[in-house]
Write a protein that binds this ligand. Structure first.
Ligand code: NAD
Length: 258
């Protein structure tokens, strides 16, 4: 660790300065914006992504980018060890990596899409949490933020693997909030609605406009930074009585459909 790193913000403060953060799925969209948002607040941030180069990892005293496939146990253990050695013990884990693999139930490849969706979107979150757990527990104010989706609260045709995985993230979050509550570690889930990222880039602009006018209160797609800023807020040391919460960041989509 470098001598120039900021001092770790005190318990109960409204600052993440000096806190060590891991964000998965950090190369694009919400993950990339979350890395930026934490760095802007003085946190020490490690971004993990399957698309980062393994040959030339980005590294400075307050930021590392590591190639890591979160569906691979050994890769996760090794990446978390590297972060711990370079930045220090992990204070905040943002489980954001995800894939959307539309596969109708009658598709011959249904099981592949189903298993991959569950592995990357759900099981990998438990893998990351287990790898970081001792660090998160050590001072009684660790933060886990799991990225679910409005698909974790409702359903859309042809993406049952995705929808089931996101419902699973909601259940995982609630159960771990109870399990880890006595340690002071908080576990919350964020449910983005329609956000302009790599995951939605194939959708034509006119379809996005029609969809958001019809289904969201704010009549527009969200920007990744609007999700990232909420993630930072619920990771603050002062956010110490928020746990087991499932928080939509969806431009009012859930509210409008009720
Ligand atoms: P994105 O495609 O822009 O980013 C996802 C990132 O995850 C990519 O950089 C990708 O390389 C990485 N990734 C995929 N598989 C990985 C693996 N095995 N290991 C490591 N990294 C992996 O999409 P996004 O919209 O920013 O998605 C971020 C999260 O937000 C996902 O969990 C997604 O399900 C959720 N979400 C997105 C929306 C939306 O409208 N964009 C809505 C609801 C939920």
């Amino acid at each position: 660790m470098s001598q120039n790193q900021p001092v770790r913000s005190p318990a109960g403060s409204r600052s993440v300065a000096g806190r060590v953060v891991i964000v998965t799925g950090a190369a694009s969209g919400i993950g990339k914006a979350t890395v930026e948002a934490f760095r802007n607040e003085g946190a020490l941030v490690a971004g993990l992504d399957v698309t980062f180069s393994a040959d030339s990892p980005e590294s400075s005293s307050d930021h590392v980018e590591l190639a890591c496939d979160v569906s691979n146990d050994a890769a996760v253990t090794s990446a978390v060890d590297t972060v711990r050695n370079q930045l220090g013990p992990i204070d905040i884990l943002v489980n954001n990596a995800g894939v959307s693999l539309p596969t109708p139930i009658a598709d011959p490849n249904f099981e592949d899409g189903w298993l991959r969706s569950l592995d990357i979107n759900l099981t990998a979150q438990t893998r990351m949490i287990r790898a970081c757990l001792d660090d998160l527990l050590r001072l009684g104010d660790g933060r886990i933020v799991n990225i679910a989706s409005t698909e974790g609260l409702g359903g859309t045709a042809n993406i049952s693997g995705y929808t089931a995985s996101k419902h699973g993230v909601v259940g995982l979050t609630r159960s771990l909030a109870v399990e880890l509550g006595k340690s002071g570690v908080t576990v919350n889930a964020v449910c983005p609605g329609p956000i302009n990222t790599g995951m939605t880039q194939e959708i034509a602009d006119d379809h996005k406009a029609i969809f958001s006018r019809r289904f969201t209160a704010l009549r527009r797609y969200g920007d990744p930074h609007e999700v990232a800023d909420l993630i930072v807020s619920i990771s603050l040391p002062s956010a110490s009585y928020l746990t087991g919460a499932i928080i939509p960041v969806d431009g009012g989509m859930i509210a409008r459909n009720q």
